[in-house]
Design a protein around this ligand. Structure first.
Ligand code: PLP
Length: 372
């Protein structure tokens, strides 16, 4: 008897960025925040480590949801907390998309349209987890290319292009985008959301480094869910806390299907304490933005084609030889950046904005490579 489902046998898992075992690398590959969590967060965590670890945590992260509701000017029933925002994205896939039958996944004729209820739609390039979530769920992927320069297509563009599905059960939009770092105007996102009949997830993992956000759309449109995370902006990747803001109906659906105790207790403590020290984090956002501007300029001067960034990373096309070689040569010089092999991005490197010292180390390595 077969032990593993055929779907799982053929899956390609998501490939996370490397977490190197060797020390002393300049680690600019996974968009972690270069600054530590606030001292208040570390104190709150230490104070929470005692005999109470034997108890289950609050199953729905209520204290955190109440605080987030105040922050965002809504009620807690608009908020669901996840084990990282990756869990929010997975829950949305499971709650809003019908798995396709095997025949729908491989239509016999090229003109056969899969039903919208089975579609997970996203732009390319964007977060490479979306197709993996679609595949795990047995849904049908609908990747649609961005415009040249990684710009967001308008609704008119999408209608003309013919590939976009306004009836897709679920559409993921990374905003500001990854891996490109491009910001999308809120008005353009609103036009997109208003024309989609299914759910639109606005994945705002990097929004704290951007000039604007689209949270208001989650409170205005019943089909819009904004996903946020404490990982990047709040220096809490290790703790795994993310959340969604959406209409109470969508939120209730995610609450129904999540694991009972999906967010660990220390994660809830850390996230809550972060919100007590927003000034500390806002100062960090400003530092990251300043380093981003400076590093973008320097890389540009060295011949890199730098995409303007609204995030804590820089997406750039390096000069003279292939990006993959740059990736390897930088690694030999102990600087770790990210290179993706997909056709539409293989000429680029994604470089996390670190501290000024890390940025300088990167530039030193780049200059050494250029001299050879
Ligand atoms: C990092 C990231 C996430 C999720 O981060 P979590 O650590 O799971 O909260 C979601 N979307 C994008 C685009 C990301 O880069």
């Amino acid at each position: 008897m077969r032990l593993i489902r055929p779907l799982v046998e053929t899956l390609h898992a998501y490939v996370p960025g490397e977490q190197p075992k060797i020390r002393g690398l300049v680690k600019l590959n996974t968009n972690e925040n270069p600054y530590p969590p606030s001292p208040r967060v570390l104190r709150a965590l230490r104070a929470a480590i005692d005999g109470r670890l034997r108890l289950y945590p609050n199953p729905t992260s209520d204290a955190l949801r109440e605080r987030l509701a105040v922050l965002h000017g809504c009620t807690p029933d608009h908020i669901v907390v996840g084990n990282g925002s990756d869990e929010i994205l997975a829950l949305a896939t499971r709650a809003f998309v019908e798995p396709a039958s095997p025949t729908e996944k491989k239509p016999r004729s090229k003109t056969a349209r899969p039903p919208g209820a089975t579609l997970v739609q996203y732009f390319t390039p964007s977060y490479s987890l979306y197709p993996v979530l679609a595949d795990i769920h047995g849904a049908v992927r609908n990747p649609v290319p961005l415009k040249p320069g990684f710009r967001l297509p308008t609704v008119t563009d999408l209608r003309r292009g013919g590939r976009w599905r306004f009836d897709a059960a679920l559409t993921f939009v990374t905003t500001p985008s990854a891996p490109t770092g491009c910001g999308y105007p809120r008005a353009a996102l609103e036009a997109l959301c208003a024309n989609q009949r299914g759910v639109v997830v606005l994945d705002e993992a990097y929004v704290d480094f951007a000039a604007e956000n689209a949270l208001a759309l989650a409170l205005r449109y019943p089909n819009v869910l904004v996903a946020r995370t404490f990982s990047k902006a709040y220096s809490l990747c290790f703790q795994r806390v993310g959340y969604a803001v959406a209409s109470p109906d969508l939120v209730a659906a995610l609450h129904k299907i999540k694991d009972s105790y999906n967010v660990n207790g220390l994660g809830q403590v850390a996230a809550l304490a972060s919100l007590d020290d927003l000034d500390y984090y806002r100062a960090n956002f400003a530092r990251v933005r300043a380093t981003r501007g400076w590093l973008s300029e320097r890389l540009g001067a060295l011949g890199f084609d730098v995409t303007p960034s609204q995030t804590n990373f820089i997406f750039c096309r390096p000069p003279h030889f292939p990006a993959e070689d740059w990736f390897r040569q930088l690694r030999e010089r102990r600087v770790l950046v990210r290179w993706f092999g997909a056709r539409d991005v293989r000429d680029y490197l994604r470089i996390t904005v670190g501290t000024p010292a890390e940025a300088k180390a990167l530039l030193r390595a780049v200059r050494t490579i250029l001299r050879r």
